[in-house]
Unconditional design. Structure first.
Length: 646
C-alpha cells in the first residue's frame, strides 16, 4: 500500500475514535496554561498528546522516568502529568502513586489505562484520574484544560487565604498595639504594666504627708503546667476569670474600705503574664493583710473551663511607701521581690524586707530592664556555626540571643532567661528570636550566599502558648523561606519532658516542613522514647558526653551508642561543645555528622558568618575532603579565627 494511502486511512481511523486533528493554523487559544509532562510508552499517546495539548494551551514536555517528571515539575509552578497506569518506578511501585506522594498537593495526574481493571484500580486509589482506551485526545485536552484552570483557581484561593491569615494576624497585632498605647491589656482589659505604674505613682504623689500607700503583687502558681494541661485558650479563660475576681475585690468596700468610714482609693492591673498588681492609697499593713486574705479566699474557689473545675493557688508580696521605697517603680519592684522571696521560701505571702539578699533584687531589676530592652531594641541574635565533621564547611548555625544593656553592658543569658520565664516575657522574646532568625535566612538568600539551616531554640512557654505554629507558618510565607532551612530545637531536659499536648504541637510544627531537633540529647530521662515517638530530624549530643568534667569510659560508650542509635533512625547527629582537636577526633570516631563548639568558632554576628559562608562557597567540602583523603588520615585542622566574635 502506498504511503499516502496509509496516511489517509490512519487519519480516518483516528477521526473515528474521536481524535480529529486540530486546525493546522491559528495556534493555541487562550493564555498559556502551564506545562504538561508526559510519561508514557504508548506510541499513539506520544503522537497525539502533544498536538492536542499544545493546541489547548499547554507547553508539553516528555520524560522517560518518574525522577525525570519530578525534576521538571520542580521547575514549573503549574504542572499537569499524564502517565501510563501500569508504568512502574525504579522500585517497582506504580509510577502514579509515587508521583502523587511527591508532587504538589493539587497537581492533576491523569493515568492512561489499557482496560477497565486498570481504570478501576486507579480510581479506587484516589491518587489520579483515569481514562481508558481508545483515548479520545480532544476530550482529554478539554479535561486537562479544566483541571489546569481549577488548579490555578485553587492556587489563587490558597494564596488569598494565606494573605487573609496574615492580614488577620497583622490586624490582631495592631489591635494589641493600640490597646497597649491606651495602657490596656488586650486580654483582661485591665491596666497594663505601664498604666499601672502611672496609677501607682499618681497614688503616691497624691498621698497626704504621713500617709502610707500600699501595693500587693499576686502571682498565680504553676500556671505553666496548667496551660500545658488545659491548653492555651482555656488558660486565657482562667486569666480572664482571675481578672474579674480582682475587679470585684476592688469594688468590695468590706475589703478596700478603711476604718471610721475612710475610703481607700484602689486600682489594679496586669503587670506580667500571670502577675497582677493592686495599689491602695492611704493604706497600712492591716489593709494589705485584709486584701491578702480576700484573695486567698478567692483562690479556694475553682475556675471553670470547658466544664472542668481547675483549682489554683497564688503567691503574694506586699510593700509600703515611703517605708520600703521612695517612688512608684521602686515600690513595685519591692513588692515583686517580696513575692519571689515568698515563693522561694514555700510561703504564700511575704512583706518586703530590706534585709533580703542582693541576688533577689538583682533578679527583679533584670526583669524590669528586660521589658525596656524589648521596647528599646537592645536584643540581637548571634550565630554559632555548625560545621561539617570532615572540614571547615558551615552547614548550619544556631541562633543565640544576646543582650547588650546600654549601662550594664552584656548580660548573660544564664541571668536574663530565667528572669524572662518568671516575668511572663519568654513568649515575646521567643517570638522575637523566631522573627529575626527567619528574616536573617531571607537576607542571606537575597545576598546569594550558600543555603544553611538556622536552628532556633523553642521554650516550653512558646509551645504551651498555642500560637507558635501559626507564627512559624506566617513567617515562612511572609519571607518566602523554605521550611527545611528552619530548624526548631527542643530541649530534652525542659520542653520534651512534658505531656502529650506539647508533643502534639511539635507534630504540627513538623507538618509545616521545618526540621525538628532534640537539644541536650542524653541529659534527660526519656531520650529513646523521643526518637521513637517524635518526627526528629536532628539529634544534638549533650556536651557533657563530649567535653564535660569527670568523663569516663562509660560516658564514651554511652555517647557512641547514642550516635549509632540516632543514625539508625536517619537523624543527623551534631556534637555540641567540641573545644579541642582531641574531642573533634572522638566525635568523628563516633560517627557524628556535624560539629559545634569553640574549637571552630564562638557565636558571631550575621556579617561575620556571612563572610565565612562566602569563603565556604569558594571551596566545597567535597573537594576539601578529597584532598584530605589523598593525604591519608584527615589531618589536624586549624581552628578558625573569626574576627568580631561575640
Amino acid at each position: 500500500m502506498r504511503p499516502a494511502l496509509r496516511k489517509i486511512i490512519s487519519l480516518e481511523i483516528m477521526q473515528g475514535s474521536g481524535n480529529r486533528l486540530p486546525p493546522a493554523e491559528g495556534g493555541a487559544p487562550g493564555a498559556e496554561l502551564g506545562t504538561l509532562l508526559l510519561l508514557t510508552r504508548d506510541a499513539e499517546a506520544m503522537e497525539w498528546a502533544p498536538r492536542w495539548l499544545t493546541f489547548s494551551g499547554f507547553s508539553v514536555a516528555t520524560a522517560d522516568s518518574v525522577d525525570g517528571v519530578l525534576e521538571k515539575a520542580a521547575l514549573q509552578p503549574r504542572t499537569l502529568v499524564i502517565v501510563d497506569a501500569a508504568m512502574p518506578d525504579v522500585e517497582h511501585r506504580k509510577a502514579y502513586l509515587r508521583l502523587r506522594s511527591q508532587l504538589r498537593e493539587h497537581t492533576p495526574i491523569l493515568a492512561l489505562c489499557m482496560n477497565q481493571r486498570e481504570s478501576r484500580e486507579v480510581r479506587e486509589s484516589g491518587k489520579a484520574d483515569a481514562v481508558e482506551r481508545p483515548f479520545q485526545w480532544d476530550k482529554i485536552a478539554r479535561f486537562a484544560r479544566r483541571e489546569a484552570e481549577a488548579a490555578e483557581l485553587r492556587s489563587k484561593l490558597e494564596h488569598t487565604t494565606r494573605a487573609l491569615k496574615i492580614a488577620r494576624l497583622n490586624a490582631a497585632d495592631a489591635e494589641r498595639n493600640l490597646a497597649e498605647m491606651r495602657g490596656i491589656d488586650s486580654l483582661t482589659e485591665l491596666p497594663n504594666r505601664e498604666l499601672f505604674r502611672s496609677l501607682l505613682q499618681r497614688a503616691i504623689s497624691g498621698a497626704p504627708a504621713g500617709e502610707t500607700t500600699g501595693i500587693l503583687v499576686v502571682g498565680i502558681d504553676r500556671f505553666r503546667q496548667v496551660n500545658a494541661t488545659v491548653g492555651h485558650e482555656a488558660g486565657n479563660a482562667i486569666i480572664c476569670q482571675f481578672a474579674e475576681r480582682l475587679r470585684n475585690r476592688l469594688q468590695d468596700h468590706d475589703v478596700v474600705g478603711g476604718d471610721a468610714g475612710t475610703t481607700l482609693t484602689a486600682a489594679g492591673g496586669r503587670i506580667g503574664g500571670v502577675r497582677f498588681g493592686l495599689v491602695l492609697s492611704r493604706a497600712g499593713v492591716d489593709d494589705l493583710v485584709r486584701l491578702r486574705d480576700a484573695f486567698q479566699s478567692d483562690m479556694e474557689q475553682p475556675f471553670e473551663v470547658n466544664g472542668q473545675s481547675v483549682y489554683l493557688s497564688a503567691t503574694m508580696g506586699a510593700a509600703l511607701f515611703p517605708i520600703d521605697a521612695s517612688n512608684g517603680d521602686q515600690l513595685l519592684e519591692c513588692a515583686e521581690h517580696a513575692m519571689c522571696a515568698a515563693k522561694d521560701a514555700g510561703s504564700s505571702f511575704r512583706f518586703f524586707n530590706k534585709a533580703t539578699d542582693a541576688a533577689g533584687r538583682r533578679a527583679l531589676r533584670i526583669e524590669t530592664m528586660m521589658r525596656q530592652a524589648l521596647v528599646n531594641d537592645e536584643l540581637r541574635l548571634a550565630y554559632q556555626p555548625i560545621m561539617h565533621r570532615e572540614g571547615p564547611e558551615v552547614v548550619a548555625a544556631e541562633a543565640l540571643l544576646r543582650w547588650d544593656h546600654p549601662v550594664e553592658g552584656p548580660i548573660s543569658p544564664a541571668e536574663f532567661v530565667p528572669a524572662a520565664e518568671r516575668s511572663g516575657l519568654m513568649v515575646r522574646i521567643g517570638d522575637f528570636v523566631l522573627r529575626e532568625a527567619v528574616r536573617q535566612i531571607r537576607r542571606w538568600q537575597d545576598e546569594g550566599l550558600p543555603r544553611i539551616r538556622v536552628a532556633v531554640n523553642l521554650s516550653l512557654c512558646q509551645l504551651a502558648d498555642g500560637n507558635v505554629v501559626e507564627l512559624v507558618r506566617e513567617l515562612l510565607a511572609r519571607h518566602d523561606v523554605e521550611p527545611e532551612l528552619l530548624e526548631l530545637e527542643l530541649s530534652e531536659r525542659g520542653v520534651l519532658n512534658q505531656g502529650p499536648e506539647i508533643v502534639a504541637v511539635v507534630r504540627e510544627l513538623k507538618e509545616l516542613g521545618v526540621r525538628i531537633s532534640i537539644d541536650d540529647f542524653g541529659s534527660g530521662n526519656s531520650a529513646i522514647s523521643y526518637l521513637k515517638d517524635l518526627p526528629v530530624d536532628v539529634v544534638k549530643i549533650d556536651r557533657s558526653y563530649v567535653s564535660g568534667p569527670g568523663r569516663s569510659e562509660r560516658d564514651e560508650a554511652i555517647g557512641a551508642g547514642m550516635v549509632a542509635l540516632a543514625k539508625r533512625l536517619d537523624a543527623t547527629v551534631v556534637a555540641e561543645g567540641v573545644e579541642n582537636e582531641a574531642q573533634l577526633e572522638r566525635v568523628r570516631d563516633w560517627g557524628c555528622d556535624e560539629v559545634q563548639g569553640f574549637h571552630y568558632s564562638e557565636a558571631v554576628t550575621p556579617a561575620r558568618l556571612a563572610s565565612r559562608l562566602v569563603m565556604a562557597g569558594r571551596e566545597p567540602v567535597r573537594a576539601a575532603a578529597s584532598r584530605m583523603r589523598d593525604r591519608g588520615r584527615v589531618p589536624r585542622l586549624r581552628t578558625l579565627s573569626l574576627p568580631g566574635t561575640c
